[in-house]
Design a protein around this ligand. Sequence first.
Ligand SMILES: [Fe+2]
Ligand SMILES: [Fe+2]
Length: 228
Amino acid sequence: MTATNQTVRDIATENPATVRVFEKYGIEYCCGGNVDEVIASLEAATAPLASEEKNWATESLAYLAAHIVDTHHAYVSHEMPRLNELAGKVVSRHGDTREELPAIQSKLAELGEELIAHQGKEEVVLFPYIGKLERFAAGDGTMPRNCFGSITHPIEMMTRDHDFAGNLMEEIRTLSQDYTPPDGACPTFRAFYEGLREFEQDLHQHIQLENNILFPRAVELEASLSHR
Ligand SMILES: [Fe+2]
Ligand SMILES: [Fe+2]
């Protein structure tokens, strides 16, 4: 990023990920402004994310669960309020002419409430239990007790929650025409749709790690221990 002759608005329009940086510095990205002092932050915001090099099939389950909490749960917790706020702005400015916006806003609010409650259950009940199972398997302590019988029961519940959240996300994608802002949309509108697109991407990675790796490995571990 070198073009200091670009206005902040140009940059925000070209690359909606940068809006987060403008918000951080309190820069009005809808109406111009100079960019020098924020170049470094912009570069950080647009740099490709470090590639994931972990092999989650072999890392410990406790480590994988901690990664999910630190990366994906933390992302939901801080990104959802930002998206809800952007939704409020675009609905107040454009909601009367674009009827999909209030619908997206209410689906998004539902998705946020659902995900926060869901990840709370994982963090308080399921993930700690998986950690205890793993410690027991390593010879530490006794078989952990729980109030749900087999681990397959909470996992079925969590998987149903994932389907529910995935469906809401899909409805948002459809309502937003695959996150495509209308021609001439303002930077806030673009930032909102770009934020939704990123949110979907993170949600898919998050659910994939749980459904396809963490949960099947935990079920297998529990089954191997019950035969001891
Ligand atoms: Fe999760
Ligand atoms: Fe989950």
